[in-house]
Write a protein of this length. Structure first.
Length: 206
């Protein structure tokens, strides 16, 4: 992955989030405050504008810039969480023009650890971690087996979608949805849904 591909990934993610903003907001209306689609759409629109203005020289910088923009533009829980994840991922990548799928796996692992540290959620708490974790496991496994970026990203996207689907029967234990207790059961977690859009976007551009 080089800087151009990293920017294409963020553009594709932004387009997918814009197209699905209403669905994300509906999911958040069921178990939260109905702003997830609006929050992320605002943030990723700003990201595209920033990256259009000046393309950084490395994929690492693209991800750091994306994360910083999300942190400053997105309110709610998801701005800091996605922002920290992408910044941590970018900081863990080598500052070279081209990074390998194995490098990206290391970066994405650092991103997941940052989310865990900031939000304190564990797998099964019905958060975006329940899509991100399985996606990253699938990505790492594919890379270890010698897959190219497109194949590894496709496996990650499918695992993220399955993980997001699997949040439906869970009871939320973190974030706003946890206030609902039992009543959070039966709805998909909006952050897990948006995470699967971001992994699917990578599979589309890779
Ligand atoms: P808010 O909950 O502040 O309105 P959003 O609606 O934008 O923020 O984002 C909600 C999503 O953020 C949830 O669906 C969940 O996936 C994620 N989330 C919330 N709290 C946490 C946490 N502590 N750890 C990981 N993810 C979280
Ligand atoms: Mg919300």
């Amino acid at each position: 992955m080089n800087a151009t591909l990293a920017r294409d990934w963020m553009r594709a993610a932004a387009a997918a989030i814009a197209a699905d903003a209403d669905r994300l907001t509906r999911l958040d209306s069921a178990i939260g405050d109905g702003d997830h689609g609006v929050n992320l759409n605002r943030g990723f629109t700003a990201v595209v504008a920033v990256l259009d203005q000046e393309l950084p020289g490395t994929a690492a910088e693209v991800l750091v810039k994306t994360g910083s923009t999300l942190m400053s533009r997105v309110g709610g829980a998801s701005g800091p969480l996605y922002g920290m994840a992408l910044r941590a991922a970018g900081k863990a990548l080598p500052a070279t023009p081209e990074v390998s799928p194995a490098d990206l796996a290391v970066g994405l692992r650092a991103g997941l650890e940052a989310v865990g540290k900031l939000g304190g959620a564990s797998p099964g708490d019905k958060t975006l971690i329940d899509a991100y974790g399985p996606a990253l496991d699938a990505f790492e496994k594919a890379v270890a087996e010698g897959a190219d970026l497109a194949t590894a990203a496709g496996a990650a996207a499918s695992a993220a979608e399955a993980g997001a689907q699997a949040t439906v029967p869970l009871r939320a234990r973190k974030g706003r949805a946890s206030y609902l207790g039992e009543r959070s059961i039966g709805h998909q977690d909006p952050g897990a849904a948006s995470t699967s859009l971001i992994f699917r976007a990578l599979a589309e551009v890779a």
